[in-house]
Design a protein around this ligand. Structure first.
Ligand code: ZN
Length: 454
């Protein structure tokens, strides 16, 4: 009896030890059972110039890894690496093989193998193996300027038509020297693109470069050869009168931002600062849209003259600096053309388009914005009444609105603005038939001629 119980006690202890060890093995991180996780970038293309990134992660730590590369022309091992580490996460770069030029095949396979430090699998650890396939693309996109406006002036517009060819084209844009990107639209025949450009009036220099990138990361750039014509704009030092401030105070009642402010000078600064910025941001955002899927076959734009028999009361680009009793207050740029005729005069558009905004917009009062295609937009501010709604397709010479003095306006007039992909440009160019012919119509004509002969 005694012997038997002591032996069963021994068995129990033995069993407890076995269970204990099993539990330890099962729950201990030393015996973790998850294989390393291997990840690589999702891109299927590689230009054999930039290294590829590989990430290996493991709960217990990585013991070793191995990377091999195989091209479809022969199974020569192109690269081999092995390292002992115990890190839980490794970020590796796979350098392009030194004899990259010798790789003739179009496909490459990268095999990543990794082992962890776990004692699982009878101390062998867990292992993972993953194969990644890449298509080799060493060729840069083919870029060529086909035709462009001969010159661009500060605050003005221009047109460029170019060719861009690549099997794996990813991004295509025209960048200026201030980082603004213009988005081109397909033009006329496959592989050709068109875009309007704008030299922002506040920028002292301008340079436009077409940039094309492909899925493998190859980049091609082509400079648009525009002759730059600097144009100076008026700088006005305006001393604010008490009468002007009284008008401002009356206006300030219309705006949420100046509700709490009682001081007329502060009200003026708020209107000219944050309120103006918010109103302009709305205009810039709406007019930045370009339909990249729409193919442009032609851009027959008519000379704009929104108001018949109107007098210009303020020019585009005026830099206004405001003072009160010799003290500098704030400044602003006038980014449109102010036209005045009779009160509540009829505003008409000489070009068809689609209404993208028809509502109150702060300092601009009741405002309409029309998209005419190719990133070309017109805006009409301070209107007494709007005759169109968002989404309306408008015809040539259709009545859009009547002039007024809503928003920040001292008298009945139209604030007329033109935007090219979110940049205000000088309306006078687009009011000049000769300018339109030389810079838009003729460029499209000569581009088509070149493309047809290509
Ligand atoms: Zn104006």
């Amino acid at each position: 009896m005694k012997r038997k119980s002591s032996s069963s006690f021994g068995v129990l202890i033995g069993l407890a030890v076995v269970v204990g060890v099993a539990l330890f093995v099962y729950f201990s991180s030393m015996f973790e059972r998850n294989a390393p996780v291997i990840t690589m970038a999702a891109s299927k293309y590689w230009n054999l110039k930039k290294p590829l990134n590989v990430k290996i992660e493991d709960e217990s730590g990585i013991n070793s890894y191995k990377i091999t590369m195989k091209s479809d022309k022969g199974s020569k091992e192109l690269q081999y690496e092995q390292l002992i580490t115990s890190k839980k996460s490794l970020l590796l770069t796979v350098e392009p093989p030194r004899d990259a030029y010798a790789i003739k095949g179009k496909n490459i396979e990268i095999t990543v193998e990794a082992n962890d430090v776990s004692k699982w699998n009878f101390f062998a650890g867990n292992s993972a193996r993953k194969v990644f396939k890449y298509i080799i693309d060493k060729r840069r996109p083919q870029l060529a300027i086909v035709a462009n406006s001969y010159k661009i002036s500060r605050g003005g517009s221009a047109l460029v038509i170019f060719k861009a060819i690549d099997e794996n084209l990813k991004d295509l844009y025209i960048e200026n020297d201030k980082g603004k990107k213009f988005i081109p639209q397909p033009f006329y025949k496959d592989g050709y693109y068109i875009s309007l450009l704008a030299w922002p009036v506040k920028a002292d220099t301008f340079k436009a470069t077409v940039v094309a990138t492909d899925l493998a990361g190859n980049v091609a750039k082509s400079y648009v050869p525009l002759y730059l014509k600097d144009k100076s704009y008026r700088v006005s030092n305006i001393t604010i009168s008490d009468k002007f401030l009284k008008t401002t105070a009356n206006l300030a009642n219309q705006f949420e931002e100046t509700e709490e402010e009682r001081d007329a000078l502060e009200q003026f600064k708020i209107l000219n600062g944050p309120v103006r910025t918010a109103n302009e941001t709305l205009i810039h955002n709406l007019s930045s849209h370009v339909n990249i899927d729409e193919k442009i076959n032609d851009f027959k734009v008519n000379r704009v003259y929104p108001l018949k028999n109107a007098a210009v009361v303020a020019y585009f680009g005026d830099h206004r600096k405001y003072y009160y009793q010799d003290k500098y207050l704030t400044d602003s740029y006038h980014l449109g053309l102010d036209l005045a005729s009779n009160t509540m005069a009829a505003i008409k558009s000489q070009n068809s388009g689609k209404v993208v905004f028809a509502d109150f917009n702060g300092l601009y009062g009741n405002m309409a914005m029309i998209a005419h295609g190719l990133g070309f937009y017109t805006i009409y501010g301070h209107c007494s009444s709007l005759k169109v709604n968002v989404g309306d397709e408008i015809r040539k010479n259709q009545l859009i609105a009547n002039t007024g003095a809503t928003g920040y306006a001292m008298g009945d007039h139209l604030h007329f603005g033109i935007l090219v992909q979110g940049v205000e440009v000088r309306p006078q160019e687009w009011m000049d038939q000769q300018w339109i012919k030389l810079n838009i119509i003729d460029i499209i004509k000569s581009a088509k001629k070149i493309i047809n002969g290509d």
